[in-house]
Design a protein. Structure first.
Length: 408
């Protein structure tokens, strides 16, 4: 269930409205109570069928909203659905619009209020808008701080390794070297730090970290033609993989996770989820979710969130609260046969199987994305590590040959 703020609230259900307990109906009532205007816009562009049960659910929403002074506006329905709604919901108080934009514009009052009252109402609206903007700024700031808290210990560990290994003068010098290599090779600082910690250290006194390494060309990405794969960074590719997968299935919620050195899944890209969901599933261990099962077994996993036993009660409740009922988790496998990540697609309809065409498209997308990600780790990321090693060796002296367990 994709939801946005705007004039009223806008909800976009996925799949058919075919049962009285469809997540859309509870979401409409929650949005009507939370919204400043009480108006709820439903974008029906992804709905193919509305059954009698679905129609009763819509009518119940209309009555409940009307009792609290709210309204329901339906928009962008396919022609057949719009024709059915027009015949069935006549005189029900539901308003139909050809586009979402027109429905959102209709949420505003048709005529300006009288002088005086209009000034007060206008000031109140401006205050509400300013308050919402400030809340959004604080949410973003909080998300940034959470990201820094997750990354800081790892980066500090990488700085410590550089200080010991190359006998650097200060932590600031180590951080400057990390930042330089990160920028030079278009690799996230956290990704580079994780690789420095995990990859076995270079041989003492060696001018190269990876002697004899053969650099291979980037594998093609024919399903992502707009991505310039040779010059793209990892973030750009995983974003396009997820969005292409969402477009293939026609859903609005999904995430993509990559496997770290501890064989955990770390969320790298997401779409359609709130911060609570993102924080809860930021790192997933083995056997905790269906995406972890897909990574473990190397094959796609389809699950009904309401009944799948792998989810804890907390995880199940959180996923269901987003409007998700069926999850498809697709592993991405590199050329070596190792799973490098998983993307998961969330749809509202229970038992929503993939079609044969969707299954083939997602399999090709996962294979191409997995091959590219494996190439990026073995080529671009190692280029960045090599650059870091050579700069540290040249500028700050030979690597330490001290005994003890390696840090990588």
């Amino acid at each position: 269930m994709y939801q946005t703020s705007g004039p009223g609230r806008t909800l976009r259900p996925d799949g058919d409205l075919d049962r009285p307990d469809h997540p859309l109906f509870s979401a409409v009532l929650r949005a009507g109570l939370r919204g400043r205007t009480g108006a709820v816009v439903v974008d029906l562009s992804q709905v193919r069928t509305v059954t009698a049960d679905g129609m009763r659910g819509l009518l119940d929403c209309v009555r409940s909203l009307h009792a609290t002074g709210g309204t329901l506006l339906l928009a962008a329905a396919p022609e057949a659905v719009a024709r059915l709604l027009g015949l069935t919901l006549v005189d029900s108080g539901v308003r139909l619009f050809p586009t979402v934009a027109e429905a959102q514009r209709a949420v505003a009052p048709d005529a300006p209020p009288a002088t005086g009252a209009g000034t007060a109402a206008g000031a109140e609206r401006e205050t509400a808008v300013a308050r919402e903007a400030e809340l959004e700024r604080l949410r973003q700031e909080t998300a940034d701080l959470r990201g820094k808290l997750r990354s800081h210990p790892l980066i500090a560990q990488a700085q410590g390794i550089l200080l010991e290994r190359y006998r650097l003068a200060a932590p600031e010098t180590a951080f400057a070297l990390l930042k330089e290599s990160s920028q030079a090779h278009n690799v996230k600082l956290r990704t580079l730090a994780a690789a420095l910690v995990d990859v076995p250290r270079p041989a003492p006194g060696s001018a190269l970290w990876f002697p004899g390494r053969v650099r291979r060309p980037a594998p093609p990405l024919p399903l992502l033609p707009e991505t310039h794969h040779r010059g793209a960074n990892r973030g750009a590719v995983v974003k396009r993989v997820l969005h292409q997968a969402l477009e293939t299935v026609g859903c609005e919620m999904g995430d993509l996770q990559l496997i770290d050195s501890a064989r955990r899944l770390r969320m790298e890209q997401h779409h359609g989820f709130d911060q609570e969901f993102i924080d809860f599933f930021a790192v997933v261990g083995e056997g905790e979710t269906t995406c972890a099962l897909a990574a473990e077994h190397g094959r796609p996993v389809m699950s009904d969130v309401a009944t799948e036993r792998v989810f804890s009660d907390t995880a199940r409740e959180l996923i269901l609260s987003t409007g998700s009922r069926t999850v498809h988790s697709i592993p991405m496998t590199g050329g070596s046969g190792q799973v490098v990540g998983v993307f998961s697609l969330h749809v509202a309809r229970a038992g929503r199987h993939l079609t044969a065409g969707e299954d083939r498209m997602l399999a090709h997308l996962a294979a191409q994305g997995g091959a590219w990600l494996e190439w990026h780790e073995s080529t671009i990321l190692r280029d960045a590590l090599e650059h870091l090693h050579q700069r540290a060796t040249r500028d700050r002296g030979a690597p330490s040959a001290s005994s003890g367990p390696p840090h990588g």
